[in-house]
Ligand binder design. Structure first.
Ligand code: SAM
Length: 362
């Protein structure tokens, strides 16, 4: 729904119209930028094991083009927060150069990245030096064998080393994202919550979202609700925020809501801390399925091949690569594409997205 605020000024024959609400560009505060569709993991709920058709190299936006979009977002719309994602952003060649380049753009207030953490041991320091502000690491199991089965190629010890390295080189407000799936990792919810007891980080539980059809073609090898079967089973795989909170509170005591305005990059998460835990530790919930937050959605997404995407779940795309590569490209045209794209947001997202997450960047 578009909320329209009309100013009734006596001396204005036609009053100016200000739009608010999620389909107005004024609501957009974050641009998520996917820089590759490739990944060095093959998480069972995200990508098939093999046979993925990668984007041709020439289809990817180059760094100059990404910078132009960031500049237009800042200069025309005042968007100041940018999240680098993928695929797996650390496998894009020249990542450090891109981070440095974006850091130097005036008006970038918050530059963050989400990663599976596999290459973080080597990259944390150069990323910090290049000017990255914050990192989120995605981890779906704290059990090495299970972690391997979920990611198909990942190594938990290496990821945990990367997380420690990120702390050592000065990344604050570290986040761990855990996708909760019944029958896959729901016996580890309390173990994840415990991480916030002695580390200064936020553990965020993300409800599994049925997205795309790539995984549906590949039957999972992990458990009753694993991977693609989790998609087939739809709602059965979902563990709602309420259930996760209840299980954590039963073991670790009450969760106390935290004032969102004091948190860095809190996004759509509901944030808590354990009353009996480290006052700096946080537990967050992103509950797109049980409690969709479309009405307060404040983000746009850019895919690696230059589509602006209005919503994780539903179509609504605008091709900015075509604008960037046309002779009359300009910041104004790019900014107009953002305004057009945000109008395509659905009032409430559907129950099954039309594109897999690795193409959209989360
Ligand atoms: N590779 C990077 C990473 O691991 O953070 C960035 C891209 S990854 C697609 C972004 C996030 O989306 C990860 O936390 C991943 O677990 C999550 N994700 C992927 N498919 C999902 C799904 N169907 N439902 C919920 N989260 C999903």
């Amino acid at each position: 729904m578009i909320h329209v605020v009309r100013l009734s000024l006596l001396n204005f024959p036609t009053a100016p119209v200000l739009e608010t609400g999620p389909t107005s560009i004024g609501a957009v505060r974050v641009l998520r930028i996917s820089i590759t569709d490739r990944c060095n993991f093959r998480c069972v709920y995200c990508m098939p094991e093999d046979g993925v058709q990668w984007l041709p190299k020439d289809d990817l936006l180059n760094f100059e083009e990404i910078e132009q979009i960031v500049r237009a977002a800042i200069e025309v719309h005042g968007i100041r927060r940018f999240k680098i994602t993928g695929g797996e952003p650390t496998v894009r060649r020249g990542l450090i150069e891109l981070i440095g380049r974006l850091r130097r753009v005036p008006g970038v207030d918050d530059l963050s990245m989400t990663t599976n953490g596999l290459l973080l041991n080597d990259l944390a320091e150069p990323l910090r030096q290049a000017g990255l502000d914050r990192i989120t690491v995605s981890i779906d199991s704290l059990q090495p064998e299970r972690f391997r089965r979920i990611t198909r190629t990942g190594d938990l010890a290496t990821v945990m080393q990367g997380l420690d390295r990120a702390t050592d080189v000065g990344f604050h407000s570290l986040k761990i994202n855990c996708v909760t799936m019944r029958g896959v990792n729901d016996d580890e919810l309390v173990d994840f919550a415990r991480l916030s007891l002695d580390r200064q980080l936020t553990v965020r539980f993300i409800e599994y979202m049925p997205l795309g059809d790539a995984a549906l073609m590949h039957r999972s090898e992990i458990g009753p609700a694993g991977g693609c079967q989790a998609q087939d089973r739809g709602a059965d795989s979902l563990i709602s925020e309420g259930e996760v909170r209840e299980r954590i509170e039963r073991e670790l005591g009450p969760l106390v809501p935290v004032n969102r305005s004091s948190e860095a990059g809190v996004g759509p998460a509901n944030v808590y801390r354990l009353a009996n835990g480290n006052p700096q530790g946080r537990i967050g919930f992103i509950s797109a399925m049980s409690a969709p937050f479309c009405a307060t959605c404040n983000r746009l997404r850019l895919t690696a091949d230059g589509l602006l995407r209005s919503c994780l779940f539903d179509g609504g795309e605008v091709d900015v690569r075509a604008i960037l590569r046309s002779p009359n490209s300009s910041a104004a045209r790019l900014a107009q594409a953002m305004t057009d794209c945000v109008r395509l947001k659905p009032e409430t997202h559907s129950g099954h997205g039309n594109q897999q997450m690795s193409r959209l960047g989360g």
